[in-house]
Design a protein around this ligand. Sequence first.
Ligand code: SAM
Ligand code: FES
Length: 358
Amino acid sequence: MKPQIEARIEALIGKLCANHSLELDEYECLLENYSEGAFRLLKKHAQKLRHEIYAHEIFVRGLIEISNICKNNCYYCGIRRDNSNCERYRLTPEQILECSDEGYDLGFRTFVLQGGEDSYFTDAILGGIIREIKSRHPDCAITLSLGERSFESYRFLRESGADRYLLRHETADEEHYNKLHPSEMSFTNRMQCLRNLRELGYYVGCGFMVGSPFQTNKTLAKDLKFIEQFKPEMCGIGPFIPHKDTQFRDYKAGTLELTCYLLSIIRIIHPPILLPATTALGTIDKLGRELGILAGANVVMPNLSPVNVRKKYELYDNKICTGEESAQCRSCLNNRMLSIGYEIVTSRGDLRNTERRV
Ligand code: SAM
Ligand code: FES
């Protein structure tokens, strides 16, 4: 890299650390000029900020994949409606409760109920499940990740006891959004859902895939600006990985390098953010989750779904933790984190250093 560019990147990183903010074109410049040196510097700052707030603690979330039935047809997703090769399943409320009981005994204090947009899960059914988990385990937080619902529905679920909601915005660029989704889905509604969730007092998580088709440094810069301005409590980013039964099957997967670079930048933009090292990152590289943590992530989300359905929740090809080994995710991740000097803690894992607590 030319010395002038190197100096410019160093100055931009200095500015980002001082202000937790950059102009759009500055984010773009940081992305255009990825280098190992720039990553090392960002990672050093990201680690320092993260250690000041969370020390070497890693928060853990028990992921329960409640259904792979979905009314949507997102072009990238393996459980999209039109994928007739996808063998569909839905957990019963009793199965979901069993997963959370088992998770509780393993030390989980947050459960994430994730699934496709499955109309079986009405407000009444979900509300019943949420209330029952909360009454059995009052010291736990419940996170939902069930896609777009109405304001009234989000309100009902919040009043039933849900604490947090993950809804990736997927991209902050409307044109890009429209290339990833069919016309019946709308960027405006996605963004409105995030604002509604915020208004209702949820901890809100946005996020996007790294290296999704048609993504550019310009669209990524917009994602970073959106995170800077919206200040989500959580942000899920992981590489896009093609799924054989989607129209994006021949596109390249996102990279480990860019994902880790972005994790460091996001940590610096919003130091207290809850940032997972995702399963997708662990799928593109054996040590992906460890490297994600070292880049600034502080959350892992092992799978608690019944082992016999895990292969069916295949958003992308070759997803890890779906075979025989998968019953052991919690202890596997414990060991992985210990191997890099971090430790999984038994707690709800709320955001620190902030007034808000739900
Ligand atoms: N239905 C809910 C929703 O829309 O938020 C939750 C489930 S959805 C499958 C969870 C996330 O998986 C999506 O937001 C998307 O970013 C990610 N995802 C889907 N297909 C993927 C792929 N091929 N590679 C990587 N991530 C993918
Ligand atoms: Fe699932 Fe290692 S985290 S097997």
